[in-house]
Design a protein around this ligand. Structure first.
Ligand code: PLP
Length: 400
């Protein structure tokens, strides 16, 4: 166990809840049978999988546990849903998504674009909110699929997927609607029936179960073809011997997350707000992105103007604070985040944005430590910035 880590990167991954681990343990060395075996040593395990399936169905508000398929991760869920839906709607060649999706959707769409699909991208405004009404002009009789995330991983902004579904289905009831629910799961209540969603993907490691387990909800009546071929497991949609420990863990984690939603919306949210207020109060060149938009309670995205995100992360890491930058380092050049770019945030903020993401395990002491540690780090980094004149002007403008 690493000491003195202040983990504020829970949108990247979360720690496994010990109660989850406890539920999983018997399935490693005692009850390790294959759920497909004829003997009861293995066969009985399928009853535990059935319980986990019910737990996930309940977590997502599905009508029937049969609508839940266990997968390896959120990326796999998205791929099965998107490629499968297009196999069903074979003759339609138009697909829609947003400019701010996770790469598991954006790169799949790019791949499809190269294979003859026409892609339309929905915009977001400067607060990161999705311009859902653009769907009214984009959905046509040729639209095979719309894919929209429920909550954005970088900004935490929650999208109105229920309204999106209303618009899509009123124009073309045959258009499939896939929702990437990975960052919404465990942070806000989800109900696939109420939101009228056809398919939805989640990933266990984002809500305190292990990595390598995900789930896909597919509404009853939609017969998706599988991506990989094999045996009968998961109704043939995701063949391969089940990740039993992961499934049991994710089932348990879903119920713990559901019960913790109130804490998420009160304690975790107030810690997040305290972090934001404390930073803005002490750091003149900090600005909170998307603060006016509806957001999941655990996430904040803060731009530190005129400085580099990666440099901040290195200093934070030295002080034991784990966070993420909005930009990704690709082939030696620093690419600003596609999400912040789509929001049109000023160039001076683009490279210096940091995502802090909390969890139900985050404590007040950790936030107090972050608030004591981050401002002097930023002050030091400001000193290296080539934009000294601009920083001075900003400081004056903000009355610091
Ligand atoms: N979708 C979103 C919004 C995510 O944030 C992530 C992971 O960060 C994924 C999908 C992919 O999930 P996984 O890592 O389980 O493949």
């Amino acid at each position: 166990m690493e000491k003195n880590i202040i983990y504020l990167d829970n949108n990247a991954t979360t720690k496994v809840d010990e109660k989850v681990l406890e539920k999983m343990m018997p399935f490693f060395c005692e009850r390790y049978g294959n759920p497909s075996s004829m003997h009861s040593f293995g066969g009985n395990v399928s009853k535990d999988i059935a319980v986990a399936r019910e737990q996930i169905a309940d977590f997502l508000g599905a009508e029937n546990p049969y609508e839940i398929t266990f997968t390896g991760c959120g990326t796999e869920s998205a791929n099965i849903a998107i490629k499968g839906a297009l196999e069903i709607n074979k003759n339609k060649k138009h697909i829609i998504t947003t400019k701010v999706e996770h790469p598991c959707v954006l790169n799949t769409y790019k791949w499809l674009e190269k294979r003859g699909y026409t892609v339309s991208y929905l915009n977001v405004n400067s607060e990161g909110e999705l311009l859902v009404d653009e769907l009214k002009d984009l959905v046509t009789q040729d639209t095979a699929l719309v894919s929209i995330m429920w909550a954005n991983n970088e900004t935490g902004v929650v999208f109105d997927v229920e309204r999106a579904s209303q618009i899509i289905k009123s124009i073309n009831p045959q258009t499939f609607f896939f929702v990437d629910g990975v960052q919404a799961a465990g942070k806000i209540p989800m109900n696939v029936q109420k939101a009228n969603i056809d398919m939805l993907g989640i990933s266990g490691h984002k809500f305190h179960s292990p990595k390598g387990i995900g789930a896909l909800y597919v509404r009853k009546g939609i017969l998706l073809p599988p991506l990989i071929l094999g045996g009968h497991q998961e109704k043939g949609l995701r063949p391969g011997t089940e990740n039993v420990t992961g499934i049991i863990g994710m089932g348990e984690a879903s119920q713990l997350a559901k019960n913790a939603l109130v804490d998420e919306n009160t304690r975790v949210k107030s810690l997040r707000d305290e972090l934001e207020k404390g930073i803005v109060k002490q750091v003149f060149n900090a600005r909170i992105n998307c603060s006016k938009a509806p957001r999941v309670p655990n996430t904040t995205n803060i731009s530190f103007e005129y400085i580099e995100g990666e440099l901040m992360l290195l200093h934070f890491a030295d002080a034991g604070i784990c966070a993420s930058s909005g930009s990704a380092c690709t082939s030696g050049s620093l690419e600003p985040s596609h999400v912040l770019k789509a929001m049109g945030i000023p160039f001076t903020c683009l490279h210096g944005s940091i995502r802090f993401s909390l969890s139900r395990f985050t404590t007040k002491e950790e936030i107090d430590y972050a608030l004591k540690t981050i401002p002097p780090i930023i002050e030091k980094i400001n000193g290296y910035s080539p934009y000294q004149k601009e920083l001075r002007e900003l400081k004056e403008l903000r009355n610091f």
